[in-house]
Design a protein around this ligand. Sequence first.
Ligand code: FMI
Length: 347
Amino acid sequence: MSAAIGARFTRALNRNSLYLLAGATAAVGAGVAFNNYQNGRRNQKQNSPKIWGTLAAGGAGLHTAEVQKSPQDYQKVYNAIAQKMQDEDEYDNYIGYGPVLVRLAWHVSGTFEKADNSGGSFGGTYRFKKEMNDPSNKGLQNGFDFLGSIQKQFPWISHGDLFTLAGVTAIQEMQGPKIPWRAGRVDQPENTTPDNGRLPDATKDANYVRNFFARMKFSDREVVALMGAHALGKTHLKNSGFEGPWGAATNSFSNEFYNNLLNEQWKLESNDAGNKQYNSKSGFMMLPTDMALVQDPKYKKIVQEYAKNQDVFFSDFAKVFTKLIENGIEFPKNIKATTFKTLEEQQ
Ligand code: FMI
């Protein structure tokens, strides 16, 4: 198939699935609740996965991705984000925007609920007030505002694609692993915005972490790999009620988080907001959920492995981050992953 015919085929598929998705939205608008949470718990009676089941071209209720642009177009978006990260490197006392963009990609994806495939990165619903104002999302507005000019420059990109592509860009530009990325998320209307309360609570223990991430189909190994992103950035009292960085290299992606977990002398202390966090003499901190990864023997084994071997961590992280940002989405075979070149590689 020539590229031109391929592109036409994609567009035909797009219209079709758009129509189907519009049908779903209408059904939801007509009062068929599929998205009803109370205190973070699903109301099973109102679960109506059948609606989604009848919709998607392929899988059981998954959103079907659509794509209209070439890998070169997405590389241009990557470059614009990467360049802006360099130009505005003074953000957060010269940590830069990388960490907050990674956290944004995670939080827009972390609302996914496998019971009915609601939430997740597909619909780009973080752009709506309800999700933006979720107390768990405090501070992420900075990442959203950073992306405003990029969205203006590339008005064709969906919010879900932009948020996830920004996370991938940030990881790669901070010397992290290559993360092959697939396009095709489609903006969904406001009434599909997931309720607040779907993101995890940082004050909890290993069992809580395990159960929480099981909701999104993540194994122990995947949870430990994901949490390694806490090598990046810092906690901010005004956002989360915690304070301090997890390590020294706050804008360089590495396995430092695991080494610090194992090697620092940790002391449980109350911070200025009255929340308990672990502090070390080096000025680093750990959340209770981070410390759970060395308190639980199964998690600890994996922490030790990643501390010893950064390559294994990088390879596992790339896979699990892709899974996180693609949860709930079905990608037709014609949508291929793009592996972006870093700005440095293009010089
Ligand atoms: Fe983390 N995070 N995170 N985090 N995160 C941050 C900052 C932060 C939690 C809590 C938490 C993941 C998982 C989880 C990431 C990346 C990732 C903060 C401080 C808190 C309290 C926010 C602030 O500004 O005060 C958990 C325990 C509960 C939600 C949790 O499960 C995952 C999976 C990732 C990505 C893979 C990054 C990069 C940051 C730094 C943000 C910044 O602005 O510096």
